[in-house]
Design a protein around this ligand. Structure first.
Ligand SMILES: *Cc1c(COP(=O)(O)O)cnc(C)c1O
Length: 360
């Protein structure tokens, strides 16, 4: 079998595996405990917090650990807007965000009377920053735009949107689950106020992620998980020491950064091959990360392929209650139902040279 689904989740790096096994064995005490072992774990956790902060140009006390990017997105969006209702009830996001963002927005619309503007992308899957800027109003409290789209690999114009948010004093949240460690992120340079990341997208363990919140102490945030005061009172629950230390090992490991060029080469070869056999590239041909390639092939049953092939990949669509639903992302870039049914998302890493056999 050949794994081509790295955008869905990644295996553990050897360095991560080693640290996880060690920590599960040795770091079993509660990191909030006052004794030596607890304090030693807590110190290591604080080091990871610092590593993550340094990797995005933030301060260590602006990082909160969560169970992953979904929870980070919940804390950022619900946590911020519900604590700042007086500032307005308008949110701007895009129509091709990860499902959890759309679900949060639908919840806020339905249960809390928020008005949400969903910006559609251009045909290539890239959002026009002007569209976002034009949607900004006096009562806009938050803009949430993903850095890299998980189905297409398109890179969104975060810097231009961040600048406009800064000028208009609107909070800016970015879901960076797909971009973190693939594209350099500096939260100051990009004017990002909140940033979500997840360990299992960067060869770390599942069940751990983080949210960066600018000026955490001065920012009103409502907790989503109330608890015993952990994480500045914003996210209750005993910190999962091994997962956090495994996350830290993944952040420190430079494999993703060092293999970018190789992945780019595989992506280029694949694009050429797909076009040679009469296929179409759904991903954009500018502003994309090479790790994600969405393609469409003639007379191709993607559902059947994904379910049965030894090439493990995803269809740009979701199954809900046994009905095959068309991917809303592919629909938003203008594909017909039939086109979407013959599209697959290949997500790559540096070890995927044998993917070219796919076309033999
Ligand atoms: C995977 C992913 C998520 C969800 O992350 P979890 O850590 O699994 O909760 C959110 N947003 C994007 C863009 C993703 O790719």
């Amino acid at each position: 079998m050949i794994y081509l689904d790295f955008a869905a989740s990644t295996p553990l790096l050897p360095s991560v595996k080693k640290e996880l096994f060690r920590a599960f064995e040795e770091e079993y005490s509660n990191p909030s405990s006052a004794h030596k072992l607890g304090r030693s774990s807590a110190e290591k956790i604080e080091k990871v917090r610092e590593t993550i902060a340094n990797s995005i140009g933030a301060y260590k006390n602006e990082i909160i650990f969560t169970s992953g990017a979904s929870e980070a997105n919940n804390l950022a969006i619900k946590g911020y807007v519900l604590a700042n209702k007086k500032k307005g009830k308008h949110i701007i996001t895009s129509s091709i965000e990860h499902k959890c963002i759309l679900a949060i927005c639908h919840f806020l619309e339905k249960e809390h009377g928020y008005e949400i503007t969903y910006i559609s992308p251009q045909k290539n899957g890239i959002i026009n920053s002007q569209d976002v800027i034009q949607a900004m109003r006096d009562d806009t409290v938050l803009v949430s735009i993903m850095h890299v789209n998980n189905e297409l690999g398109s890179i969104q114009p975060i810097k231009a949107i961040g600048k406009a948010c800064f000028e208009k004093n609107i909070k800016f949240h970015v879901d960076a689950a797909q971009s973190y460690k693939k594209i350099a992120i500096d939260v100051d340079e990009l004017n990002i106020d909140m940033l979500s990341i997840s360990a299992h997208k960067i060869y770390g363990p599942k069940g751990i992620g983080a949210i960066y919140i600018r000026d955490l102490r001065e920012t009103r945030i409502q907790p989503i998980i109330h608890g015993a005061g952990q994480e500045y009172g914003l996210r209750g629950g005993t910190l999962p020491t091994p997962l956090i230390l495994g996350f830290g090992a993944a952040v420190e490991d430079q494999t993703i950064e060092h293999t970018f060029t190789e992945v780019n080469r595989i992506n280029s070869l694949l694009r050429t091959k797909v076009i040679e056999i009469g296929g179409v590239i759904n991903s954009p041909d500018i502003k994309y990360i090479p790790h994600i390639l969405n393609i469409r092939l003639a007379n191709f049953d993607a559902t059947h392929f994904v379910a049965n092939s030894d090439f493990l990949c995803s269809q740009g669509s979701a199954c809900s209650s046994m009905n095959i639903e068309m991917s809303y992302v592919l629909r938003e870039i203008g594909l017909s139902f039939e086109d979407a049914q013959s599209s697959i998302r290949l997500s790559l890493n540096q070890l995927n040279m044998n993917i070219l056999n796919l076309f033999e």
